[in-house]
Design a protein around this ligand. Structure first.
Ligand SMILES: Cc1cc2nc3c(=O)[nH]c(=O)nc-3n(C[C@H](O)[C@H](O)[C@H](O)COP(=O)(O)O)c2cc1C
Length: 197
């Protein structure tokens, strides 16, 4: 079948894109990180809540602050990567709704009055935005190395001491070493993962 997006673009985003664990010594500009965000921000979230918050660690000093929180297997890949992003979510995302959802002022109150509604909405939508983040990174030519092997409480204490922003996952960014990739694992077939009702 042919789709509106070219085969090359489909490969770049999905089929040949891989998770990288080894990185070339090649810098990533702040401009590219801004370009990544300027794509991912357009992905949809409920009531346009946009709860994801990103911290880009670009220096050895900044990454050093992360190291004590990492699972041992994630330390060397994170040290090598030119950038490590903390993909987080803001439990006070509703403070931005006057800008993001201006036609319905009641929406802010709905979340401000229920910590449970705010939490589930923040986590669901920021995780969606995390997926948009991975695809946007690939679209601007970067490779990704997402990681959940870390101590969230330690990361939150170090980077988000205010208590209202929480880490979700980490993602190394840069240009991977294709020669160091291992074989790719299978994915579930349509029949195994989907139903047509
Ligand atoms: C949310 C998330 C967390 C992950 N956590 C880790 C991790 O802590 N350490 C690691 O080495 N790989 C981690 N991975 C990498 C996955 O194992 C990898 O993306 C998956 O096997 C697919 O690999 P492929 O993209 O090369 O096909 C993580 C991936 C995702 C999406």
């Amino acid at each position: 079948m042919s789709y509106p997006l070219s085969d090359d673009a489909q490969d770049l985003l999905f089929r040949t894109a891989r998770t990288h664990h080894a990185w070339q010594n090649r810098p990533v500009s702040d401009e590219l990180l801004r370009g990544l965000y300027d794509l991912m921000k357009w992905g949809p979230t409920s009531a346009n809540t946009s709860p994801a918050r990103l911290v880009f660690l670009r220096t050895a000093e900044a990454k050093q602050r992360l190291m004590p929180a990492l699972a041992p297997g994630n330390v060397e890949q994170t040290r090598q990567a030119p950038v490590t992003a903390i993909v987080a979510y803001d439990l006070r995302f509703y403070d931005q709704l006057p800008k993001l959802f201006p036609h319905n002022p009641a929406m802010r109150e709905r979340f401000a009055s229920s910590a449970a509604a705010a939490e589930v909405t923040a986590f669901r939508n920021a995780t969606l935005q995390g997926g948009y983040f991975l695809l946007a990174a690939r679209a601007v030519g970067l490779d990704c190395g997402p990681m959940s092997g870390f101590d969230n409480a330690k990361v939150d204490a170090e980077f988000f001491p205010g208590g209202t922003v929480k880490s979700n996952f980490l993602c190394n960014l840069g240009y991977g070493e294709p020669a160091k990739l291992l074989g790719r694992h299978a994915r579930l077939d349509f029949e195994e993962a989907c139903q047509l009702l």
